[in-house]
Ligand binder design. Structure first.
Ligand code: HEC
Length: 454
């Protein structure tokens, strides 16, 4: 502000109109042009309702509710610092490299951040209560989050068996196999939701997987981590649930939080395509692509991070079929810092598809590429994954920089793999989709061009 005014002053001095300059300055000081006031009711509540309260509401896993003005004001300075540093809402994609358009991007725009910062700096005023928008229509705690968008509860629900999560202690694992009747006819899965019990389970289930065995196949039907509860496949893409007797093997990782969760049960809900409807493409859902070379074994391996040290690991996977990439979800533990997925095309060209440069193990977010930007990769493409670990004191989530860190399932040990949403394609499908996308791009460019000419 001061700099602007002195700039004016210099300009005006140089014109020689000293007295006029003073008059203008005085006028500016006495009657500053009032900037439009930023208020909770009109400006901030809509942002909180849109981007925060899905998590920040009573009995959720987030620390406080942001549904009311009183709470928003009480936490104003923390809100300011979390949104300004972009650590809230949690969204960790690097903005300088890789694909930037994501279907599920709920990060704030620069304008929204500016609004919140100004509101806090101006003393967090309420404004006119009448401007507060209606409370968003949130699913009840413990309800299926996808029920609203499908207009019905899941078509099929499978359940884990009860497990007593202790109050305090280290990581716990639970892996029952639960048989059930299965389906008479194969069905195509359009969406799945992984639902910990509520409210306690939501706090103690750290992550989990459900693997269906039916029709002689093993199918990862649901994957869960804090920040990823459900997944809806794009139209015309589905996952086959074969007919016949079935069982589900659960891999549940619980983490005690100071309150016991007795007899905890996890559910997975599935929504199917209408009976008889077969989507054009079959997806494998999220597939684990390893960066550490442990084969799951907690010994003798390649994660070895010295105290106060760093480590970089790379893993490569060759695609032996043309592939559509739907999403990526990095997985490391407390020392994880960065992770990227890069394509090396058969002709040697390289392209970073996505990168998380501010990884935080407490968040397992599936970054879902926007529909028309999902990478379409030819057979023979190499997916190259790069992980960076930081065991220094500069890593805010590091519990102890004095420790050596090795591979292991516990949170204090480390791991490195990426869950990649994959749809394998036949060569003809690949060519059809590539041609469709090219045609769309050309027509978009055509439209853009004519707009520019106008
Ligand atoms: C996907 C769920 C989710 C969303 C969306 C989300 N938060 Fe959070 N927030 C959390 C969780 C969980 C924590 C606690 C863990 C952490 O600090 O990362 C948290 C922590 C915070 C904190 C720190 C609280 C403290 O005690 O210091 C603030 C402030 C905050 N969030 C503000 C916001 C704001 C503002 C938004 C929206 C612009 C938002 N959050 C969106 C889940 C969420």
């Amino acid at each position: 502000m001061t700099r602007h005014i002195s700039g004016h002053r210099q300009l005006i001095y140089s014109l020689g109109a000293v007295t006029t300059a003073f008059a203008i300055l005085m006028a500016l000081q006495v009657h500053p042009v009032p900037a439009q006031e930023v208020t909770f009711a009109k400006d901030v509540a809509p942002i909180l309702y849109e981007s925060c309260v899905e998590c920040h509401r009573p009995n959720s896993f987030a620390p406080m509710s942001l549904l009311t003005y009183e709470n928003a004001r009480r936490y104003a300075s923390r809100i300011r610092s979390r949104v300004e540093s972009r650590s809230m809402p949690p969204w960790h994609v690097d903005r300088t490299v890789g694909i930037q358009a994501y279907e599920n991007d709920y990060s704030l725009t620069d304008g929204e951040i500016e609004t919140i910062v100004r509101w806090v700096d101006d003393g967090a005023p309420m404004g006119d209560k009448a401007d507060i928008p209606p409370l968003p229509d949130l699913p009840e705690g413990g309800a299926w989050q996808l029920e609203n968008s499908f207009g019905r509860p899941p078509d099929l629900i499978v359940r884990s068996t009860p497990y007593d999560v202790i109050e305090n202690g280290q990581d716990q694992w639970w892996g029952p196999t639960v048989p059930f009747a299965g389906l008479d006819e194969g069905r195509w899965i359009k969406a799945y939701e992984f639902k910990p019990s509520w409210p306690l389970g939501l706090r103690v289930v750290h992550h989990g997987h459900a693997t269906l065995r039916a029709g002689g196949r093993n199918i990862g039907i649901a994957h869960y981590g804090v920040g990823k509860r459900y997944e809806t496949f794009p139209d015309d893409i589905g996952m086959l649930f074969p007919a016949g007797e079935a069982d589900v093997t659960w891999s549940l990782h619980y983490f005690p939080v100071g309150v016991g969760a007795p007899q905890d049960v996890v559910e997975v809900g599935l929504w199917f395509y209408p009976e008889g409807e077969k989507p054009a493409l079959e997806t494998r859902g999220e597939v684990l692509m390893r960066v550490d070379r442990m084969g799951g074994m907690p010994r003798g391996g390649d994660i070895l991070i010295p105290p106060h040290g760093q480590q970089v690991l790379q893993g490569a996977h060759v695609l032996d079929q043309p592939t559509l990439i739907n999403s990526f979800r990095p997985h490391m533990h407390m020392r994880g810092k960065e992770m990227s997925i890069e394509a090396i095309y058969p002709d040697g060209q390289r392209e970073v598809l996505g990168k998380v440069s501010d990884y935080k193990h407490i968040w397992q977010i599936s970054y879902q590429f926007a529909l028309d930007q999902k990478p379409l990769l030819p057979k023979g493409t190499v997916l190259l994954f790069t992980s960076v670990f930081d065991n220094s004191a500069a890593n805010p989530l590091n519990p102890d920089p004095e420790q050596w860190v090795v591979f292991g399932r516990r949170g204090v040990d480390d791991m490195s793999h990426m869950w990649v949403g994959i749809t394998e394609l036949e060569q003809e499908e690949f060519e059809r989709l590539t041609a469709e996308r090219r045609a769309k791009l050309v027509s978009q460019q055509g439209q853009g061009g004519s707009e520019k000419n106008r």
